[in-house]
Design a protein around this ligand. Sequence first.
Ligand code: 3PG
Length: 306
Amino acid sequence: MKILVATEKPFAKVAIDGIRNVIHEAGYELTLLEKYSDKSQLLEAVKDVNAIIIRSDIIDAEVMDTAPQLKIVVRAGAGFDNVDTAAATECDICVMNTPGQNSNAVAELALGMMVYAVRNFFNGTSGTELMGKKLGIHAYGNVGRNVARIAKGFGMEIYAYDTFCPKEVIEADGVTAVASAEELYTVSDVISLHIPATPETKNSINYELLNRMPKGGMLVNTARKEVVNEAELIKLMADRTDFKYISDIMPAAHAELTEKYPNRYFSTPKNWGAQKAEANINAGIAAARQIVAYFKEGDEKFRVNK
Ligand code: 3PG
């Protein structure tokens, strides 16, 4: 079996060492395509592989058509919106993610960015604390739960809304479950966004929702840029001079926002939430183990396509 790790944004070396051990122990071969800059390199690398481990790398129908031996793609991470799951099903390719493995890394960054923002990006003016502020967690999955756990340590008052997670599960963590996204945005000084990018959620964070936030409101996005309606966000930033947008996924209008609102807007260069050794090790090794379990035992526990 030939397993390819194709990561435009590479894993830490220690994670690659761990992945290699798992693959070699199973008697399989590992090949690496890291930091590639062109899709043609990916197309060349997948030609004879049976399995691929990826991060935010795009696996579309063309990639799958170029890989006749491909049986499984594992997204080492949570969001699998970068994989054409319908095309995978057509090609009889199993797609998996590794839920929960990099959640703490993303949650730590969300809180870190909140601290940076309430300290006014260290611009010399006097900022505020997070203690006593109302935090709204939008979607209470693996990352949302970790955000709640850490935010408790900051002494924040925590609210959450999730379409799928039962109220009892949220409240068992000492978090107040609210009945709608509208209510969450109305009560929260800070919103931490953790919804996946799906046809239903794309552009769903719009002017109407954001404008419900109290004076001094802040949106922290460590989810996906597609879920925020960027045109409406730009309008809100212009209308609400108190509003801050902090993101781990650079919006298309990054240059404009940086120039206009240096004290109210910040984005990391490139989806940095999971870029930590621990997250790389957890997600990378889990992906390798899932591939081995799939081939050796037919284990499809983490399959995301039908
Ligand atoms: C995820 O969906 O797991 C995160 O967005 C991390 O993505 P990355 O592996 O590209 O850093």
